[in-house]
Design a protein around this ligand. Structure first.
Ligand SMILES: O=C(O)CCC(=O)C(=O)O
Ligand SMILES: [Fe+2]
Length: 309
């Protein structure tokens, strides 16, 4: 199983059943799917957010460091600081993480319009996410708005996060073996939306139900095409556990391009749907012990971000 289904949201209201079936099949069997023709965020919204991101990362480090990474808030700017347990080396990237309820605190203020436009992008990303999650809720026997209520981004205990990613140009540099733009990992959220743009290739995934090796090293990887307006979605660990393993969270990575390949800057944007800290995660079959969203993330961060200072 290597192809990632592309699921069109065109004429959503009239095609709900067909779309729902495609989403559930992909979540059960592949762990990834690409959404296109969605009403929101629009292609223009996505282009605008990439432009804001480009402006943010173009600033000097001493400006970006005015919004430093705060570990227990899982937000702020980091540079070459995320060490994945799969690699032991820092990802060759910068990222900025933002949460809607902390707008105005530790958000960049140096770029015109950044705050309001980024907040709107988060609102639209959440809206699309909840459209998708409503099908998964019904399939699991929960109410249609179950996940919508579990992701209340205006409350103090909200955890959903927008992450702007920037992989710097390494033209002419051969990174030593073992260095990645983003080392192999699964996401620890419920559902991730990943925005790419034309020409921004590099993402690779390990789709299907079976990962053969630890961190999927040596397994079969599939490159994912990058296309502006196409949104790559993946099931995260929280939803896998919440569905008693029915929906599959899978490994993905961004390879560091070798000499002779396209080594230019790559940018992407991820929206991580993470339930509120006080929400209890447990599947209908109770396969795993109940855990709050807060404890779930703390444990995942401890495993994943071993070297944040
Ligand atoms: O940049 C990408 O394409 C992937 C980023 C990613 O997987 C992550 O930040 O969790
Ligand atoms: Fe990821």
């Amino acid at each position: 199983m290597s192809d990632i289904p592309v699921i069109s949201f065109r004429d959503f209201e009239n095609r709900k059943q067909e779309i729902g079936n495609q989403l559930i099949y992909a979540a059960e069997n592949i762990g990834f799917f690409t959404v296109c023709d969605q009403a929101y965020p629009s292609v223009d919204d996505i282009k605008q957010q990439f432009s804001l991101s480009e402006q943010f990362f173009a600033q000097d480090d001493n400006v970006k460091s005015q919004t430093p990474f705060i570990k227990d808030k899982n937000s702020g700017w980091e540079k070459m600081a995320q060490v994945r347990p799969s690699t032991g080396t820092p990802d060759q990237k910068e990222s900025l993480q933002l949460q809607q309820h902390t707008k105005g605190q530790n958000w960049p203020t140096t770029i015109n319009g950044f705050e309001d436009k980024t907040e709107k992008f988060m609102i639209n990303s959440r809206k699309l996410s909840m459209q998708i999650l409503s099908f998964f809720a019904l399939a699991l026997g929960f109410e249609e708005d179950f996940f919508d209520r579990a992701h209340n981004v205006t409350k103090e205990d909200a955890q959903s996060t927008l992450r702007l990613l920037y992989y710097p140009d390494i033209t002419g540099i051969q990174l030593p073996k073992g260095y990645w733009r983003a080392g192999p990992h699964t996401d620890f959220d419920v559902l991730t939306l990943l925005f790419q743009h034309d020409g921004g290739e590099g993402l690779e995934i390990c789709p299907g139900r079976k990962v053969q090796t630890s961190f999927a090293i040596g397994d079969e990887w599939t490159p994912v095409p990058a296309k502006t307006g196409h949104i790559v979605c993946n099931i995260g660990d929280m939803l896998m556990s919440w569905s008693d393993d029915r929906f599959k969270s899978n490994f993905h990575r961004v390879r560091a391009p070798d000499l002779g390949q396209n080594q230019q800057t790559r940018m992407s944007i991820a929206y991580f749907n993470q339930v509120n800290k006080n929400v209890i995660i447990q599947g209908p079959l109770k396969k795993y012990p109940a855990l709050t969203g807060g404890d779930y993330i703390l444990q995942a961060i401890a495993r994943n971000f071993s070297s944040f200072k």
